[in-house]
Design a binder for this molecule. Sequence first.
Ligand code: NI
Length: 398
Amino acid sequence: MNRLYSFFLALLLLLACSACVGRAAAPDPAPGQAAPLDAAAAQPPEPEEVPEEEPPAPPEPEEPYVRVIDPAKPMVALTFDDGPDAACSDQILDILEEHHALATFFEVGRNVAACPEPVGRMVELGCEVGSHSNAHKDLSKLKKSSLLRDLDTADEAFALAGAPAPLLVRPPYGAVNKTVKTATGRAMVTWTVDTEDWRSRDAQKVIDYVQNYGALDGEIILMHSIYESTVEAVRVLVPWLQEQGYQLVTVTELMAYYYGELPQPDHFYGYTYFANHGRTDAPIELPSMYLPEEEPEAPPAAGQEQSPDPVPDAPDASDTPDVPPEPFDPTGIIAVSAPDPEPEEAPEPPAGEASDPLPPAEPPAPPQEEPEKPAKQSQDAKPVSPSVSVPNPAMFYP
Ligand code: NI
């Protein structure tokens, strides 16, 4: 009897085991999935069909951005003086690059020698690099030989940094005399909208000023590429200007497409010029030398030193100044000890403009929230002697 019992027990065990094995062969249903109801369903599922991996669609060839300026549409030239600055210049270039915008940088030669990298990048992006002299002196106070030496020294720094010798020069403080305007072999250009970013160092004030200025078509906006506040203003203004329909162009592009002429050596383009000229009917096609396709020379490696600035220019008895009534004023160079330096380009309009016989009639200003008048008006209204010395914070180079 015991043997019979053992036999059945063994048989039961055997059956139980085979059931287990059969079951184990079938994969457990995935959580949440109903268990198979019949044997067929218990079969291991066919290996999941690996979806025929379609080869990833080849990325659409990225259309290279083609910058096209429509001379018939509004345009503005943003300009930045006093750089390059190791921190701020690149940030401004980042913003411009992101928005496919260009600007003009009027750089100080000795700053370029100390910090050449941003200049190479400006050229690469197609921005325009102009000269702001080598030592940021009041050029109207220099003898002609000193003036030319200063501009040539700056050009050497530009060449080392990978920029061609600039035709455009923005005279520091906007100060010019006849020699500066007509005898340097360069084209002197000032601005028409002064954001006074150096004075406020307040991004919102700069933004408000530009946004409330009124029509900006054909204007040249002055800023400085050495202030974080200016960087923050640019971050807002570049997309805002584009949303308003303005094309952001270089000064030379503005001259060609809006004013219908190319900057000429020994010419001065100041308030009077811009106020007396409107949009041209005959925009000029920029010659290839102005277009950005050219491969820039590589800027010198970081840390590469350039020869130090030459000894400050001294009055040269053999050099006849063009403006005799003006005694040489050393304070015009820089008041380094000035406790509360007031920046440049401040209250002083392009000096030569003051002597222009017929200040142009200005159209009524658009309503503005700020009590300040547009720079164009206020500056034209008051003649300022070019001999006024304005201590300049830009002289305290970062
Ligand atoms: Ni300056």
